[in-house]
Structures are given as structure tokens and as C-alpha cells.
Design a protein around this ligand. Sequence first.
Ligand code: BDR
Ligand code: CA
Length: 308
Amino acid sequence: MRKILLDCDPGLDDALALLLAHGDPEIELVAVTTVGGNVALPNTTRNALQLREYLGFTTVPVAAGAAVPLVRAAEDAAHVHGAEGLGNVVLPLPTLPASTQHAVDLIIGTLRSNPGQVHLVATGPLTNIALALQQEPRLPEWVASFVIMGGSFTRGNTTPAAEYNIFADPEAAAIVFDAGWQVVMVGLDLTLQAIATAPIVARMQNLGRLGEELVVPLSTFWNDVETAELTGQAVHDVCAVAYIARPGLFTSRPARVDIETTGTFTAGMTVVDFDSTSPNALVPVRLDVDGFWDYTLGAYAIAAEEIK
Ligand code: BDR
Ligand code: CA
């Protein structure tokens, strides 16, 4: 059993990552914290609450965190995720409230009371994690591991240099990468291998009501790749949760990762040195694509059984 605390900004692929953490019977989702990112904080939080009730993990706390980045103005990604954040998906409004705790307090409290047991996974801008580190510098001693979806070593998707989660709050990312722990950086170079192509979508269509109402629409709202050979949406954030459960599907390399915070054209760039003698990160570079989809769709099938 692997315990996961997921800090996220749902978000199409954040929702698919939540679904994986819920569906895999070997993962225990211990808490969900939200951050402003893809859409504003009230929307990311409402989306997490709606998903919690729709999927049925109602005993798992959902806590709202930072609405805006540490220093910069918020820049959303509603052009990717739709105005509400979940594309065309419309779920019933939540009937259960968010936790009265702030996300940062829930992160610190959960890790402090379960030292070495909880994997911290962040799939949005790193604002909550940076605030938690500022308040509690012992956080790195308490995590079982720390995995983010963010960054890249070849390219950006928001600017030529920067991936969205790092671009949205580079100052927070700099604090997080400098905190003295190993950051598993599941970046774009990896996640652009996890594309919901037409054959994958056809498999998603076999998931009954869950497929029709959630998985297919969340996986087909946007195209990250559109070439003659390959077209489809990358399920970026799903890869970060899959890394916890199936690290063997990933080929990873240690690296030193520094965050560009001042560049005129490069703010939010992750500068990755695979030759460094002082690595602070582990960077998955290659994905076993077939194994990834077999694992992910298998876990989705288990969740689909529950909401027939
Ligand atoms: C990342 O940015 C967000 O828009 C997605 O949810 C994902 O976390 C991909 O660059
Ligand atoms: Ca995200």
C-alpha cells in the first residue's frame, strides 16, 4: 500500500491523476490539497470536491491552499482546460465542504504524523509546497518521496523555455528545488510520451459510465501533439501518480535542476544538468508506454466498477 497526498489544480489531467490514485487498490489517497493554477482556486477546489463525491472517496479531506503565486500575478491555463477547468465535463455540485484547514497546514500535519510513509505528489504550480517548506523546513525528512509534474529538459509548453507549472510560480519552484530533498521531476519530455491517441481513447470507451462521463471527455478536450504520426492529449499529471506505483515503467537519470526566475525570455525554465556532481533531482526520461496504459486503464476499470 502506498500513501499519497496529491497537491493539484484540477485541471483535466489532474482529474485523471486523482482518478488513478483512487482506482489503484494499492494506493491510499490520504489527502487532496488544491492550488490556483489551471483555473482560479475556487474552481480547482470545487472540481476536486465534485470529483471526490462523484468517485466516492468522501472520507478523504480536500483542503484549499494558495490562490495566487508567491510573487507574480496569476496566469491560468483556461484555454487548455476550459473556463471551469474540467473541459466539457459537468458534475453535480458538491454537497460536502472542503476541510476547514488550509492546504499548507494539512500538508505539514499529514507528513508530520506519518513520517516516512506518505508520498507527496504535486501536479500544479508549487506555491503550496513552497509555503509549507517555509513554515516547516523539516518536511523533506518526513516524506516517503516527493514527485512533481513540471519542467522539462528540452522545451516548454507555455513559453519556448518553460512548462506551465514552473512558469506559473518560478519563485516557488526555486524554493522547492533548493529544499535539500530529491525532487522527482516528471517533466514534459516524459509526459509527452503518454498521449491519449485514438487507440487509447477506444480502450477508454470500454469503461462504461466512467469512460463516457469522465475519462474520455477529460482525455480528448485538448491536443498537446498534432503531427501526421501522433495526435492527442498528454495525460501529464497521471504520470506523476503512476511513478509512485510503478517506478519500473520509468527510466530515470539524476540531475541538478535549477529554476530560472529572472530571465526575460526564460522565466520558469528548468535548467537541467545531467553531468552535475551535486544532483537535487531524479528526472524520468523514458516511459514504457504500453505498460503505462495497461496499468492506468486497469486502475480506471476498477474505479469504473464502483460507479456502474
Ligand atoms: C501541466 O500544466 C497544467 O496545465 C497541467 O494540468 C499539467 O499539470 C502540464 O504542463
Ligand atoms: Ca496540473
